[in-house]
Design a protein around this ligand. Structure first.
Ligand SMILES: *[C@@H]1O[C@H](CO)[C@@H](O)[C@H](O)[C@H]1NC(C)=O
Length: 303
């Protein structure tokens, strides 16, 4: 520490910034103490500390209070995760609006369709680069969709969930009419206790058309969130056939089997889903490049 304090101030700040960047997510409490060292530390560390925040039952009330501070540090937040467990805890409409406004500088969102629609209703100037919709947006209730439509049109990265064995209430095409999305992730979700036919596991049936016509799409990554590994394998076989049939080099899969959280205890299950989503949010830009191509043209073009 003696040697450390003899370093030029600018180097000390660089070290602090590195330490804060490496530890902000997993040891936020320790990083927060760095802000107490001196004003310069505080200036360097605060944006990193607030870069990615998670709204959940534990942080909700503290963040709502923080959002009401003049010069709230939440203006530094770029990535927002709203945990599904958040819905258990009532937050007054007024506190949510204050929180949402303080978070207006975010560029990436992770959470349910309903959370995004509430956010979009509270903040006009939301400019997202990426949205990770954690629930099957296009199945069942679609009342949240008009609110998220203006936000979706600004995105270049989008994550959606396709639930197998259920008919979509609307095609994603309607939402993605002015589709700027370049990187798309589709999680194929099998719900516990639901019987699915083999034909339902062929998700090209519902998606091939709009994926083929998405104007800016560079890469679509499929992952399986299935109860049975056998279902996941069939889903990937169908996707491989689709990629070969269409000779579509944009289609990628990540075939690591991630078992769905067990549904014995509902609270624990939701918490585990929240955790999977949080891990994806932390992966940042790398997330969109995971997995591998299914079909690629041969170098001589004679495929
Ligand atoms: C938030 O965004 C506005 C412009 O939209 C910008 O002027 C301001 O500096 C940003 N705040 C922070 C803390 O990054």
């Amino acid at each position: 520490m003696v040697y450390f304090s003899r370093l030029p101030a600018v180097l000390v700040l660089l070290v602090a910034r590195h330490a804060a960047r490496d530890h902000a997510l997993r040891s936020a409490r320790w990083v927060a103490t760095l802000c107490l060292v001196c004003r310069s530390f505080r200036r360097v560390v605060t944006p990193l500390l607030y870069d990615l925040i998670t709204v959940d039952s534990v942080t909700l009330h503290r963040l709502a209070a923080t959002s009401e501070l003049p010069d709230t540090p939440l203006l530094f937040t770029r990535a927002l995760v709203i945990a599904s467990t958040y819905f258990y805890y009532n937050i007054r409409e007024k506190s949510f609006a204050s929180l949402a406004r303080a978070l207006r500088n975010i560029t990436s969102f992770t959470g349910t369709t309903e959370s995004l629609s509430r956010l979009a209703r509270s903040v006009d100037e939301l400019r997202l680069r990426s949205a990770y919709l954690a629930d099957p947006t296009f199945f069942g209730e679609i009342s949240a969709i008009p609110a998220i439509q203006p936000v979706i049109t600004t995105l270049t990265r989008l994550h959606i969930v396709h639930e197998i064995g259920i008919t979509q209430s609307m095609s994603p095409e309607a939402l993605l009419r002015s589709f700027k999305v370049e990187y798309l992730i589709i999680d194929v979700f099998e719900r516990e206790g639901k019987h699915v036919d083999d034909s339902d596991m062929d998700i090209s049936r519902d998606n091939a058309h709009w994926v083929a016509s998405a104007p800016c799409l560079r890469r679509v990554l499929f992952r399986a969130r299935c109860v049975n590994e056998r279902t996941a394998c069939r889903v990937f076989q169908h996707i491989a056939e689709w990629a070969e049939r269409e000779r579509d080099a944009r289609i990628c899969i990540d075939d690591t089997f991630v078992p769905n959280p067990s549904d014995d205890d509902y609270d624990a299950e939701i918490a585990q889903w929240d955790n999977l989503e949080w891990e994806d949010a932390v992966a940042g830009d790398c997330l969109w490049l995971q997995g591998h191509q299914v079909w690629r043209p041969t170098p001589d073009g004679l495929d």
